[in-house]
Design a protein around this ligand. Structure first.
Ligand code: PLP
Length: 368
């Protein structure tokens, strides 16, 4: 029930973001005991960077004070990493905050946002909340990959923002440097390109675009990074965006003060220095992805190539049914009906024992 008489017009008929289900919620609902494998939200099964853990324990002592609202040290640390100025860095409570704020800062009702279909749901939601129109270009290559030529062809002077996730979620696929370069050549000067690199740390191919070169060339591009995936910090909410100073200033205009809290800031700064943990997560992910793909290859399912820490499995069964049946066995995955893939589930790499358990149960369901 919603207070329809009070609600902003744009929100009538609006459906909020659906998150992966928390372990304890599933345990309660299904009366499960023992281990539950959460393979639903692309978190890091190896846990949190130990350096971040240590920094958080120390930072907790300071939580009676407000955070530095300018996030000066955090922004400087990120700036030094990429050779940009600190005013080009937005300190975020997760990258979804930035996506949301792009809508609030830059979109008028009726404006056009451009993205792909079957991509990260927050892009469309941010556009809708702002009353903008979201144009979603159908995917190619079996319906799993961004059609960059199609997105390029849809560009015009009215395109306010283009949201691109590379590699993308939930299909795990990516677009190449050549495709991105051809796109950037056609982007109007007034358009903001939001380039979301949530899975950067897991990429194994050499053929990924370099968004930074466009930022350094003065283009209107905002690059999004998160601590929720490879760094194992999904629970503290940390991320950042790097872009031109005026775009960052626009985001600062609409953010909530103290958006990045004391614990998150300390954790994220320490995590940035923990290359060992990121490397370990990369190696582990590569190995377990190979295990998952190999273990499922004889089944009548489609698994598009991935550059992330998850796979999309497109089946001939209803994904809601698969989701329920897996949950009964203590495995949480993500059904992808909401993303226009009614028979697909998304499964992230878990600890090896969880991956083995998933393969066993999933194989039985598919072959039943
Ligand atoms: C997981 C994910 C994010 C991360 O969101 P946070 O708010 O930083 O946790 C952003 N973009 C995409 C495409 C993702 O899959």
């Amino acid at each position: 029930m919603l207070p329809k008489d009070l609600l902003r017009e744009q929100l009538c008929g609006f459906k909020p973001y659906v998150a992966g289900r928390p372990i304890e919620e599933v345990r309660r609902e299904y009366g499960l005991e023992g281990r539950i494998a959460k393979l639903a939200s692309n978190e890091n099964p190896l846990g949190t960077s130990p350096k971040a853990m240590e920094a958080m324990c120390e930072a907790v002592k300071g939580v009676y004070l407000y955070p530095d609202d300018n996030a000066y040290y955090f922004r400087n640390k990120v700036a030094a990493r990429y050779g940009v100025e600190w005013e080009q860095v937005y300190a975020a409570a997760g990258s979804v905050e930035v996506i949301e704020l792009c809508g609030q800062a830059f979109l008028n009702p009726g404006d056009v946002v451009l993205t792909s279909e079957r991509t990260f749901a927050m892009y469309q939601l941010a556009a809708m909340k702002a009353g903008a129109r979201c144009v979603q270009i159908p995917m190619i290559d079996g319906g799993y990959r961004y059609d960059m030529a199609g997105i390029t062809a849809a560009l015009n002077e009215k395109t306010k923002i283009v949201f691109l996730a590379n590699p993308t979620n939930p299909t795990g696929t990516w677009f190449t440097s050549e495709e991105f370069d051809a796109f950037m050549e056609k982007v109007p000067e007034s358009t903001l390109v939001v380039y979301d690199c949530a899975y950067d740390e897991f990429v194994t191919t050499d053929d990924m675009p370099d968004p930074w070169k466009y930022l350094k060339a003065g283009r209107r591009i905002l690059i999004l990074k998160t601590f929720s995936k490879a760094y194992g910090l999904a629970g503290v909410r940390g991320g950042y965006a790097v872009g031109p100073k005026d775009i960052v200033a626009g985001l600062m205009l609409v953010r909530i003060p103290f958006n990045m809290n004391v614990v998150s800031m300390a954790a994220c700064m320490a995590a940035l220095d923990d290359e060992e943990f990121v490397q370990k997560s990369y190696e582990f992910t590569k190995q377990e992805l190979a295990f998952l793909i190999e273990s499922l290859k004889d089944l009548p399912v489609v698994i598009p190539p991935t550059q992330t820490n998850f796979i999309l499995i497109d089946t001939q069964k209803d994904s809601k049914w698969l989701f329920e049946e897996l949950q009964k066995k203590g495995i949480i995955v993500r059904p992808m009906g909401g993303n226009g893939l009614p028979n697909a589930i998304r499964v992230n790499v878990g600890l090896h024992e969880d991956n083995v358990h998933f393969v066993e149960v999933f194989r039985r369901l598919i072959l039943s």
